[in-house]
Design a protein around this ligand. Sequence first.
Ligand code: SAH
Length: 467
Amino acid sequence: MLLTLSTTHRPASDLGYLLAKHPAKFQSFELAFGSAHVFYTEASEERCEVALLLEVDPVGLVRGRTAGAEGLLDQYVNDRPYAASSFLSVAIAQVFGSALGGRSKGRPELAETAIPLEARLPVLPCRGGEDFLRRLFEPLGYEVEARRLPLDDAFPEWGESPYVDVTLRRTATLREFLTHLYVLVPVLDDEKHYYVGTAEVEKLLRFGGGWLASHPEREAITRRYLKHSFRLTREALARLVSDEAEDPDADEGRRDREEEAVEERISLNQERMGTVLAALKGLGARRVLDLGCGDGKLLARLVDERAFEEIVGVDVSCRALEVAARRLHLDRLPERQRSRIRLLQSALNYRDARLAGFDAAAVVEVIEHLEPGRLDAFARSLFEFAKPGAVVLTTPNAEYNVRFEGLPAGKLRHRDHRFEWTRAEFEGWCRGKAETFGYSVRFAPVGPVDQQVGAPTQMAVFTRAEA
Ligand code: SAH
């Protein structure tokens, strides 16, 4: 079983410091199930590649065990020596333990730095197919290259095997990169060589911290990681959600009605959609994203405009997407209309390759639902990776709240809002992001403008400098 890991960060040979393994040495380690060897295939200034080779002893694994109904043959004759599996995770933890923990004695600051990394797993069992492989890694920002291996090179008519030859690329800290491999390789294999108990829940929560709670496949990941134990999976998911974030679907309907009641008097929502629609048309956009589309109010308006040739609604909440599909009558649309619109489940604070290359993105009343600590990740996935030609972004203007009857002073308009910004705060944030990512930005009020406190909603229109 082989894993190779490489970087083109300069000087690339610093990978040796990050892994605490000298590039000139060949090192071997005895593990419970066999041995691990670490050696470098290249260690230059430009590129450095390390190999982790595992020799799993299939006979040693069953020694002392009694034969089950199938006899011992399937335990001797299996894919464990070749295919990446939970043995690889154990080896990563034991052989690259400090790197997996984000520590480096020689290069502590580099351990905190995102560097271009590439991993190759020439034989990765991929139960659930290549599609599942992509759904695991792409929302985390990985570029995935996969080639399905034949069952036997000599007998092509036997068809394909469940194994793929995979290359994963991402600019990340080495800790993040190893953590994702550590958790997701056994998930793809959907098998573990050891007993899974509550200690495994702790491990998953520890290694999944910061990314698993908002991963679109968090349920499948948790279920498979915990070997399909219903009890452990339920516990892990409940703790994930309460530790990390609120369940995006919980209570959404009730809270939306509250916000609508506060804003109702001026039917602000309709006015907002009209203004955003006008901005998108004014930009000449044809292929548009509605990020955090919710129940599809804007999508319904976009579909009615023939200027928009491709419309993609994105939301983290499955329930919201179901409501949007119903509102748009997706199941009844004639084929030509149907092909213009798609709904995708995705978390906006993660890079998602499916969102790249659009003319414009609308982000209407969404940012205030994100944890302030995730705003930077959201800005990067939007402006740096999805990189639409233009972005139309709206958020409440906190200054206006004093004008809403029935909203106690200092309260936010919606219980799920994590913050609401004044005009100066919003403009400051937008200007900073525009400068960082090469956009220009202008601002416009939405709704009736009050002399003192401005309009209830504020809108920013970003256009990409070279667009
Ligand atoms: N744009 C819609 C909905 C706004 S409510 C409208 O104006 O009517 C905010 C929406 O953002 C909700 O549907 C919520 O599910 C979604 N959302 C919140 N956090 C998200 C995240 N991290 N990724 C994707 N969508 C998210």
